[in-house]
Design a binder for this molecule. Structure first.
Ligand SMILES: Cc1cc2nc3c(=O)[nH]c(=O)nc-3n(C[C@H](O)[C@H](O)[C@H](O)COP(=O)(O)OP(=O)(O)OC[C@H]3O[C@@H](n4cnc5c(N)ncnc54)[C@H](O)[C@@H]3O)c2cc1C
Length: 420
Protein backbone atom coordinates (compact mmCIF):
# COMPACT_ATOMS: atom_id res chain seq x y z
CA UNK A 1 0.00 0.00 0.00
CA UNK A 2 1.30 3.42 -0.87
CA UNK A 3 0.79 6.33 1.52
CA UNK A 4 -1.66 7.90 -0.91
CA UNK A 5 -4.99 8.89 0.61
CA UNK A 6 -7.92 9.15 -1.73
CA UNK A 7 -10.61 11.51 -0.56
CA UNK A 8 -14.08 10.90 -1.91
CA UNK A 9 -16.41 13.89 -1.82
CA UNK A 10 -20.12 13.21 -1.86
CA UNK A 11 -21.85 16.04 -3.61
CA UNK A 12 -25.40 16.66 -2.52
CA UNK A 13 -27.98 18.20 -4.83
CA UNK A 14 -29.90 20.84 -2.89
CA UNK A 15 -33.04 22.24 -4.49
CA UNK A 16 -34.99 25.14 -2.99
CA UNK A 17 -38.44 26.25 -4.17
CA UNK A 18 -38.78 29.99 -3.51
CA UNK A 19 -36.38 32.95 -3.74
CA UNK A 20 -37.52 35.10 -0.85
CA UNK A 21 -36.88 35.42 2.90
CA UNK A 22 -36.80 31.68 3.64
CA UNK A 23 -35.32 30.40 0.36
CA UNK A 24 -32.53 32.94 -0.01
CA UNK A 25 -31.44 32.66 3.63
CA UNK A 26 -31.48 28.89 3.39
CA UNK A 27 -29.30 29.01 0.26
CA UNK A 28 -26.87 31.43 1.90
CA UNK A 29 -26.56 29.14 4.92
CA UNK A 30 -26.20 26.01 2.78
CA UNK A 31 -23.34 27.59 0.87
CA UNK A 32 -21.64 28.66 4.10
CA UNK A 33 -21.83 25.09 5.42
CA UNK A 34 -21.21 23.20 2.18
CA UNK A 35 -18.80 24.88 -0.20
CA UNK A 36 -18.99 22.43 -3.08
CA UNK A 37 -22.44 20.87 -3.49
CA UNK A 38 -24.88 22.02 -6.12
CA UNK A 39 -27.58 24.45 -4.98
CA UNK A 40 -30.52 25.27 -7.24
CA UNK A 41 -33.24 27.80 -6.44
CA UNK A 42 -36.45 27.65 -8.47
CA UNK A 43 -38.90 30.54 -8.23
CA UNK A 44 -41.83 32.20 -9.93
CA UNK A 45 -40.27 35.51 -8.87
CA UNK A 46 -37.79 36.84 -11.40
CA UNK A 47 -36.32 39.25 -8.86
CA UNK A 48 -35.33 39.05 -5.20
CA UNK A 49 -37.04 41.66 -3.06
CA UNK A 50 -38.56 42.39 0.33
CA UNK A 51 -42.35 42.22 0.29
CA UNK A 52 -42.36 44.17 3.59
CA UNK A 53 -41.51 47.42 1.80
CA UNK A 54 -43.66 47.06 -1.31
CA UNK A 55 -45.68 50.05 -0.07
CA UNK A 56 -42.58 52.20 -0.58
CA UNK A 57 -42.61 51.21 -4.26
CA UNK A 58 -46.32 51.98 -4.37
CA UNK A 59 -45.78 55.47 -2.96
CA UNK A 60 -42.90 55.98 -5.40
CA UNK A 61 -39.96 56.33 -2.99
CA UNK A 62 -38.32 52.98 -3.91
CA UNK A 63 -38.01 50.70 -6.93
CA UNK A 64 -37.25 47.04 -7.58
CA UNK A 65 -33.53 47.67 -7.20
CA UNK A 66 -33.82 49.41 -3.84
CA UNK A 67 -36.02 46.73 -2.29
CA UNK A 68 -33.64 43.95 -3.35
CA UNK A 69 -32.11 42.39 -0.23
CA UNK A 70 -29.17 40.57 -1.85
CA UNK A 71 -26.07 41.85 -3.59
CA UNK A 72 -26.27 42.01 -7.41
CA UNK A 73 -23.70 39.20 -7.67
CA UNK A 74 -25.28 37.04 -4.93
CA UNK A 75 -25.98 34.00 -7.14
CA UNK A 76 -22.68 34.16 -8.99
CA UNK A 77 -20.59 34.74 -5.88
CA UNK A 78 -22.24 31.87 -4.01
CA UNK A 79 -22.30 29.57 -7.02
CA UNK A 80 -26.06 29.13 -6.82
CA UNK A 81 -28.09 28.22 -9.87
CA UNK A 82 -31.30 30.27 -10.07
CA UNK A 83 -34.16 29.10 -12.27
CA UNK A 84 -36.41 32.15 -12.24
CA UNK A 85 -39.82 32.76 -13.75
CA UNK A 86 -40.49 29.05 -13.26
CA UNK A 87 -43.64 27.43 -11.93
CA UNK A 88 -43.31 24.23 -9.89
CA UNK A 89 -46.21 21.88 -10.67
CA UNK A 90 -45.41 18.73 -8.68
CA UNK A 91 -42.90 16.94 -6.47
CA UNK A 92 -42.12 13.31 -7.24
CA UNK A 93 -41.11 12.04 -3.83
CA UNK A 94 -40.02 8.57 -4.96
CA UNK A 95 -37.92 9.75 -7.90
CA UNK A 96 -36.74 12.78 -5.87
CA UNK A 97 -37.65 15.24 -8.59
CA UNK A 98 -39.20 18.69 -8.73
CA UNK A 99 -41.38 19.04 -11.83
CA UNK A 100 -42.13 22.35 -13.55
CA UNK A 101 -45.13 23.44 -15.63
CA UNK A 102 -42.94 23.46 -18.75
CA UNK A 103 -42.27 19.71 -18.17
CA UNK A 104 -38.65 20.19 -17.16
CA UNK A 105 -37.53 18.60 -13.88
CA UNK A 106 -34.81 18.90 -11.27
CA UNK A 107 -33.37 16.00 -9.27
CA UNK A 108 -32.70 16.59 -5.61
CA UNK A 109 -31.11 14.82 -2.68
CA UNK A 110 -32.48 17.39 -0.23
CA UNK A 111 -35.38 19.70 -1.00
CA UNK A 112 -36.57 22.84 0.75
CA UNK A 113 -40.08 24.12 0.05
CA UNK A 114 -40.11 27.87 0.70
CA UNK A 115 -42.94 28.82 -1.63
CA UNK A 116 -44.53 31.35 0.72
CA UNK A 117 -48.14 32.40 0.52
CA UNK A 118 -50.57 34.23 -1.75
CA UNK A 119 -53.24 36.79 -1.02
CA UNK A 120 -56.67 35.40 -0.32
CA UNK A 121 -59.60 36.90 -2.22
CA UNK A 122 -62.77 36.16 -0.22
CA UNK A 123 -65.79 34.68 -2.02
CA UNK A 124 -67.77 37.93 -2.09
CA UNK A 125 -70.30 38.42 -4.91
CA UNK A 126 -68.46 39.70 -8.05
CA UNK A 127 -65.18 40.32 -6.22
CA UNK A 128 -63.14 37.54 -7.85
CA UNK A 129 -64.28 38.28 -11.40
CA UNK A 130 -64.31 42.10 -11.22
CA UNK A 131 -61.75 44.19 -13.07
CA UNK A 132 -59.99 46.74 -10.87
CA UNK A 133 -59.43 44.35 -7.94
CA UNK A 134 -55.85 43.95 -6.72
CA UNK A 135 -53.88 42.52 -3.86
CA UNK A 136 -50.51 43.57 -2.45
CA UNK A 137 -48.15 40.59 -2.34
CA UNK A 138 -45.88 40.66 -5.37
CA UNK A 139 -43.98 43.37 -7.20
CA UNK A 140 -46.28 42.80 -10.20
CA UNK A 141 -49.25 43.74 -7.99
CA UNK A 142 -47.68 47.14 -7.36
CA UNK A 143 -47.05 47.85 -11.01
CA UNK A 144 -50.62 46.80 -11.86
CA UNK A 145 -52.01 49.08 -9.13
CA UNK A 146 -49.82 51.98 -10.30
CA UNK A 147 -51.07 51.50 -13.83
CA UNK A 148 -54.72 51.56 -12.80
CA UNK A 149 -54.17 54.53 -10.47
CA UNK A 150 -53.87 56.73 -13.57
CA UNK A 151 -57.63 56.35 -14.04
CA UNK A 152 -58.64 56.01 -10.38
CA UNK A 153 -60.19 58.54 -8.05
CA UNK A 154 -61.59 56.33 -5.28
CA UNK A 155 -60.09 53.23 -3.70
CA UNK A 156 -61.52 50.80 -1.17
CA UNK A 157 -59.03 48.82 0.89
CA UNK A 158 -60.53 45.61 2.18
CA UNK A 159 -58.86 44.65 5.46
CA UNK A 160 -57.08 46.86 7.97
CA UNK A 161 -54.38 44.47 9.11
CA UNK A 162 -50.67 45.15 8.46
CA UNK A 163 -50.92 44.66 4.68
CA UNK A 164 -54.07 46.82 4.39
CA UNK A 165 -52.36 49.58 6.36
CA UNK A 166 -49.27 49.24 4.13
CA UNK A 167 -51.50 49.67 1.07
CA UNK A 168 -53.01 52.72 2.71
CA UNK A 169 -49.58 54.22 3.41
CA UNK A 170 -48.53 53.59 -0.19
CA UNK A 171 -51.66 55.28 -1.56
CA UNK A 172 -51.96 58.20 0.83
CA UNK A 173 -49.48 60.30 -1.08
CA UNK A 174 -51.68 60.02 -4.18
CA UNK A 175 -54.53 62.37 -4.73
CA UNK A 176 -57.34 59.85 -4.30
CA UNK A 177 -60.20 59.19 -1.90
CA UNK A 178 -59.48 56.16 0.29
CA UNK A 179 -61.95 54.09 2.32
CA UNK A 180 -60.87 51.26 4.60
CA UNK A 181 -63.25 48.40 5.39
CA UNK A 182 -62.47 46.08 8.30
CA UNK A 183 -64.72 43.32 9.58
CA UNK A 184 -63.15 43.44 13.06
CA UNK A 185 -64.21 46.18 15.44
CA UNK A 186 -60.97 48.12 14.95
CA UNK A 187 -58.05 48.64 12.62
CA UNK A 188 -54.97 46.43 13.12
CA UNK A 189 -57.09 44.05 15.22
CA UNK A 190 -54.21 41.66 15.95
CA UNK A 191 -51.72 44.34 16.93
CA UNK A 192 -53.87 46.93 18.74
CA UNK A 193 -56.68 47.04 21.28
CA UNK A 194 -59.74 49.23 20.95
CA UNK A 195 -58.20 52.24 22.73
CA UNK A 196 -55.01 52.24 20.66
CA UNK A 197 -56.79 51.71 17.35
CA UNK A 198 -59.17 54.61 18.18
CA UNK A 199 -56.12 56.88 18.40
CA UNK A 200 -55.00 55.83 14.91
CA UNK A 201 -58.52 55.84 13.45
CA UNK A 202 -58.86 59.46 14.59
CA UNK A 203 -55.60 60.32 12.79
CA UNK A 204 -56.85 58.55 9.65
CA UNK A 205 -60.12 60.46 9.68
CA UNK A 206 -58.24 63.74 10.11
CA UNK A 207 -56.41 62.88 6.88
CA UNK A 208 -59.72 62.43 5.05
CA UNK A 209 -59.73 58.63 5.08
CA UNK A 210 -63.05 56.90 5.75
CA UNK A 211 -62.80 53.97 8.14
CA UNK A 212 -65.60 51.39 8.34
CA UNK A 213 -65.23 48.78 11.09
CA UNK A 214 -67.44 45.84 12.17
CA UNK A 215 -68.72 45.50 8.60
CA UNK A 216 -68.14 43.08 5.77
CA UNK A 217 -67.99 43.62 2.04
CA UNK A 218 -71.21 42.07 0.81
CA UNK A 219 -71.14 42.68 -2.92
CA UNK A 220 -69.23 44.47 -5.63
CA UNK A 221 -71.27 46.35 -8.22
CA UNK A 222 -69.70 46.34 -11.67
CA UNK A 223 -70.02 48.87 -14.48
CA UNK A 224 -70.87 47.81 -18.03
CA UNK A 225 -67.21 47.03 -18.76
CA UNK A 226 -66.87 44.72 -15.78
CA UNK A 227 -64.91 47.20 -13.64
CA UNK A 228 -65.76 47.80 -9.96
CA UNK A 229 -68.03 50.77 -9.44
CA UNK A 230 -69.37 50.30 -5.90
CA UNK A 231 -68.50 48.32 -2.81
CA UNK A 232 -71.65 47.41 -0.93
CA UNK A 233 -71.15 46.69 2.77
CA UNK A 234 -73.14 44.47 5.14
CA UNK A 235 -74.72 47.57 6.73
CA UNK A 236 -75.99 48.57 3.24
CA UNK A 237 -73.49 51.41 2.83
CA UNK A 238 -72.48 51.66 -0.85
CA UNK A 239 -69.04 53.18 -1.46
CA UNK A 240 -68.31 54.50 -4.96
CA UNK A 241 -64.94 53.21 -6.10
CA UNK A 242 -62.79 52.49 -9.17
CA UNK A 243 -60.42 50.10 -7.44
CA UNK A 244 -60.48 47.61 -4.56
CA UNK A 245 -57.31 46.42 -2.88
CA UNK A 246 -57.89 43.16 -1.04
CA UNK A 247 -55.81 42.65 2.11
CA UNK A 248 -57.88 39.95 3.72
CA UNK A 249 -55.22 37.43 4.68
CA UNK A 250 -53.04 34.89 2.90
CA UNK A 251 -53.06 31.19 2.05
CA UNK A 252 -49.91 29.02 1.74
CA UNK A 253 -48.68 28.15 -1.77
CA UNK A 254 -49.15 24.37 -1.63
CA UNK A 255 -51.07 23.68 -4.84
CA UNK A 256 -48.11 21.75 -6.28
CA UNK A 257 -48.07 19.34 -3.33
CA UNK A 258 -50.18 16.49 -4.61
CA UNK A 259 -48.70 13.61 -2.61
CA UNK A 260 -50.33 13.38 0.82
CA UNK A 261 -47.16 11.97 2.36
CA UNK A 262 -46.14 15.63 2.70
CA UNK A 263 -48.64 16.56 5.37
CA UNK A 264 -50.42 19.87 4.94
CA UNK A 265 -52.74 21.31 7.55
CA UNK A 266 -53.02 25.12 7.70
CA UNK A 267 -49.61 25.07 6.01
CA UNK A 268 -46.94 22.40 5.46
CA UNK A 269 -46.41 20.62 8.76
CA UNK A 270 -42.80 20.77 10.00
CA UNK A 271 -40.94 19.62 13.09
CA UNK A 272 -38.34 21.54 15.12
CA UNK A 273 -35.75 20.76 12.44
CA UNK A 274 -38.04 22.29 9.80
CA UNK A 275 -38.39 18.84 8.25
CA UNK A 276 -41.71 17.86 6.69
CA UNK A 277 -43.33 14.47 7.21
CA UNK A 278 -41.11 13.12 4.39
CA UNK A 279 -37.38 12.46 4.89
CA UNK A 280 -35.05 14.82 3.00
CA UNK A 281 -37.86 17.31 2.34
CA UNK A 282 -37.92 20.46 4.45
CA UNK A 283 -40.16 23.53 4.52
CA UNK A 284 -39.73 27.07 5.81
CA UNK A 285 -41.46 30.43 5.87
CA UNK A 286 -45.05 31.45 5.18
CA UNK A 287 -45.78 28.11 3.48
CA UNK A 288 -45.66 26.49 6.94
CA UNK A 289 -48.13 29.05 8.31
CA UNK A 290 -46.30 29.07 11.68
CA UNK A 291 -46.20 32.87 11.90
CA UNK A 292 -46.34 34.58 8.51
CA UNK A 293 -43.67 37.19 9.15
CA UNK A 294 -40.23 37.86 7.72
CA UNK A 295 -37.98 37.06 10.74
CA UNK A 296 -39.60 33.66 11.26
CA UNK A 297 -39.18 32.81 7.54
CA UNK A 298 -35.47 33.71 7.81
CA UNK A 299 -34.93 31.64 10.97
CA UNK A 300 -36.77 28.63 9.55
CA UNK A 301 -34.84 28.82 6.27
CA UNK A 302 -31.54 28.88 8.15
CA UNK A 303 -32.57 26.06 10.50
CA UNK A 304 -33.66 23.90 7.58
CA UNK A 305 -30.29 24.49 5.88
CA UNK A 306 -28.33 23.26 8.91
CA UNK A 307 -30.37 20.08 9.08
CA UNK A 308 -30.15 19.57 5.31
CA UNK A 309 -26.36 19.38 5.56
CA UNK A 310 -26.66 17.01 8.51
CA UNK A 311 -26.00 19.41 11.39
CA UNK A 312 -28.63 18.98 14.07
CA UNK A 313 -30.32 22.31 14.77
CA UNK A 314 -33.66 22.93 16.43
CA UNK A 315 -35.83 26.02 16.16
CA UNK A 316 -37.81 26.64 19.28
CA UNK A 317 -38.23 30.38 18.89
CA UNK A 318 -41.31 31.08 16.81
CA UNK A 319 -42.22 34.21 18.76
CA UNK A 320 -43.92 36.11 16.00
CA UNK A 321 -46.06 38.53 17.90
CA UNK A 322 -43.87 41.57 17.64
CA UNK A 323 -44.75 44.60 15.57
CA UNK A 324 -43.40 48.09 15.49
CA UNK A 325 -44.94 50.85 13.42
CA UNK A 326 -44.59 54.54 12.96
CA UNK A 327 -47.94 55.50 11.52
CA UNK A 328 -48.34 59.25 11.00
CA UNK A 329 -45.31 59.88 13.22
CA UNK A 330 -46.96 58.22 16.21
CA UNK A 331 -44.76 55.26 17.13
CA UNK A 332 -46.25 52.03 18.39
CA UNK A 333 -44.88 48.69 19.55
CA UNK A 334 -47.16 45.72 20.06
CA UNK A 335 -45.68 42.67 21.79
CA UNK A 336 -47.21 39.30 22.51
CA UNK A 337 -50.92 39.05 23.05
CA UNK A 338 -52.42 42.45 23.86
CA UNK A 339 -56.04 41.34 23.67
CA UNK A 340 -56.43 38.59 26.23
CA UNK A 341 -60.13 38.38 27.06
CA UNK A 342 -59.81 35.85 29.91
CA UNK A 343 -60.41 37.62 33.23
CA UNK A 344 -57.69 35.67 34.99
CA UNK A 345 -55.19 38.07 33.37
CA UNK A 346 -54.47 41.46 34.94
CA UNK A 347 -54.33 44.51 32.69
CA UNK A 348 -52.50 47.72 33.66
CA UNK A 349 -52.89 50.81 31.50
CA UNK A 350 -51.29 54.22 31.48
CA UNK A 351 -52.73 57.09 29.48
CA UNK A 352 -52.06 60.76 28.88
CA UNK A 353 -50.22 63.37 26.88
CA UNK A 354 -50.17 61.51 23.54
CA UNK A 355 -49.22 58.26 25.25
CA UNK A 356 -51.15 55.01 25.71
CA UNK A 357 -49.54 51.98 27.29
CA UNK A 358 -50.93 48.65 28.36
CA UNK A 359 -49.38 45.57 29.95
CA UNK A 360 -51.18 42.23 30.23
CA UNK A 361 -49.85 39.91 32.94
CA UNK A 362 -50.69 36.94 35.12
CA UNK A 363 -48.93 35.38 38.12
CA UNK A 364 -45.88 37.59 37.64
CA UNK A 365 -45.45 36.82 33.93
CA UNK A 366 -46.08 39.42 31.21
CA UNK A 367 -47.96 38.11 28.17
CA UNK A 368 -48.49 41.26 26.14
CA UNK A 369 -47.53 44.92 25.97
CA UNK A 370 -48.82 47.75 23.83
CA UNK A 371 -46.89 51.00 23.76
CA UNK A 372 -48.24 53.97 21.77
CA UNK A 373 -46.52 57.37 21.75
CA UNK A 374 -43.77 56.34 24.18
CA UNK A 375 -42.04 53.08 23.28
CA UNK A 376 -39.29 53.19 25.93
CA UNK A 377 -38.53 49.83 27.53
CA UNK A 378 -39.96 47.90 24.57
CA UNK A 379 -36.70 45.94 24.39
CA UNK A 380 -36.86 44.68 27.95
CA UNK A 381 -40.60 44.03 27.68
CA UNK A 382 -40.05 41.97 24.53
CA UNK A 383 -37.42 39.91 26.34
CA UNK A 384 -39.64 39.37 29.40
CA UNK A 385 -42.59 38.25 27.25
CA UNK A 386 -40.61 35.99 24.96
CA UNK A 387 -38.80 34.26 27.82
CA UNK A 388 -41.72 34.30 30.27
CA UNK A 389 -39.48 35.86 32.95
CA UNK A 390 -41.20 36.05 36.33
CA UNK A 391 -41.18 39.61 37.67
CA UNK A 392 -42.99 38.92 40.97
CA UNK A 393 -39.95 39.92 43.02
CA UNK A 394 -39.55 43.33 41.36
CA UNK A 395 -41.46 45.72 43.54
CA UNK A 396 -41.96 48.77 41.37
CA UNK A 397 -44.44 50.13 38.83
CA UNK A 398 -44.72 47.63 36.00
CA UNK A 399 -44.30 50.44 33.41
CA UNK A 400 -40.93 51.41 34.89
CA UNK A 401 -39.22 48.01 34.72
CA UNK A 402 -35.97 48.26 32.80
CA UNK A 403 -32.78 46.24 32.29
CA UNK A 404 -31.27 47.62 35.51
CA UNK A 405 -33.82 45.59 37.47
CA UNK A 406 -32.11 42.45 36.28
CA UNK A 407 -28.52 42.98 37.30
CA UNK A 408 -26.74 42.08 40.44
CA UNK A 409 -23.50 43.56 41.72
CA UNK A 410 -21.09 40.70 42.28
CA UNK A 411 -18.69 40.61 45.24
CA UNK A 412 -15.83 41.72 43.02
CA UNK A 413 -17.87 44.75 41.99
CA UNK A 414 -18.78 43.51 38.52
CA UNK A 415 -22.31 43.64 37.21
CA UNK A 416 -23.95 40.41 36.18
CA UNK A 417 -27.23 40.35 34.35
CA UNK A 418 -29.90 37.76 34.96
CA UNK A 419 -31.18 38.40 31.46
CA UNK A 420 -29.15 36.80 28.71
C1 LIG B 1 -47.31 44.11 1.81
C2 LIG B 1 -46.61 43.24 2.83
C3 LIG B 1 -46.08 43.79 3.95
C4 LIG B 1 -45.44 42.99 4.88
N1 LIG B 1 -44.88 43.59 5.98
C5 LIG B 1 -44.21 42.83 6.86
C6 LIG B 1 -43.57 43.42 7.98
O1 LIG B 1 -43.62 44.64 8.17
N2 LIG B 1 -42.89 42.63 8.83
C7 LIG B 1 -42.79 41.27 8.64
O2 LIG B 1 -42.14 40.59 9.43
N3 LIG B 1 -43.41 40.68 7.60
C8 LIG B 1 -44.10 41.41 6.70
N4 LIG B 1 -44.69 40.81 5.63
C9 LIG B 1 -44.64 39.35 5.50
C10 LIG B 1 -43.34 38.87 4.85
O3 LIG B 1 -43.16 39.54 3.64
C11 LIG B 1 -43.42 37.36 4.65
O4 LIG B 1 -43.52 36.75 5.92
C12 LIG B 1 -42.19 36.82 3.93
O5 LIG B 1 -42.10 37.37 2.64
C13 LIG B 1 -42.26 35.30 3.83
O6 LIG B 1 -41.18 34.84 3.10
P1 LIG B 1 -41.19 33.42 2.40
O7 LIG B 1 -39.81 33.21 1.88
O8 LIG B 1 -41.77 32.40 3.27
O9 LIG B 1 -42.23 33.54 1.18
P2 LIG B 1 -42.58 34.63 0.08
O10 LIG B 1 -41.95 35.94 0.39
O11 LIG B 1 -44.03 34.56 -0.13
O12 LIG B 1 -41.86 34.05 -1.23
C14 LIG B 1 -42.27 32.86 -1.82
C15 LIG B 1 -41.34 32.47 -2.95
O13 LIG B 1 -41.79 31.24 -3.51
C16 LIG B 1 -41.94 31.38 -4.93
N5 LIG B 1 -43.02 30.46 -5.37
C17 LIG B 1 -44.28 30.37 -4.90
N6 LIG B 1 -44.97 29.41 -5.56
C18 LIG B 1 -44.11 28.90 -6.46
C19 LIG B 1 -44.20 27.87 -7.45
N7 LIG B 1 -45.32 27.15 -7.67
N8 LIG B 1 -43.13 27.63 -8.23
C20 LIG B 1 -41.96 28.32 -8.05
N9 LIG B 1 -41.82 29.29 -7.12
C21 LIG B 1 -42.86 29.56 -6.34
C22 LIG B 1 -42.24 32.85 -5.14
O14 LIG B 1 -41.94 33.25 -6.47
C23 LIG B 1 -41.32 33.48 -4.10
O15 LIG B 1 -40.01 33.56 -4.59
C24 LIG B 1 -45.35 41.59 4.67
C25 LIG B 1 -45.91 41.02 3.53
C26 LIG B 1 -46.55 41.83 2.61
C27 LIG B 1 -47.13 41.19 1.38
Amino acid sequence: MSGLTIKIFFHTKYVIIGASAAGINAAKTLRKLDKSSKITIISKDDAVYSRCILHKVLEGSRNLETINFVDPDFFEKNNIEWIKDADVSNIDIDKKKVLLQDNSSFKFDKLLIASGASSFIPPVKNLREAKGVYSLRNFEDVTAIQDKLKSTKRVVILGAGLVGIDALLGLMVKNIKISVVEMGDRILPLQLDKAASSIYEKLLKEKGIDVFTSVKLEEVVLNKDGFVSKAVLSNSTAIDCDMIIVAAGVRPNVNFIKDSRIKVEKGIVIDKHCKTTVDNIYAAGDVTFTAPIWPIAVKQGMTAAYNMVGINKELNDTFGMKNSMNLFNLPCVSLGNVNIADESYAVDTLEGDGVYQKIVHKDGVIYGALLVGDISYCGVLGYLIKNKVNISNIHKNIFDIDYSDFYNVEEDGQYSYQLR
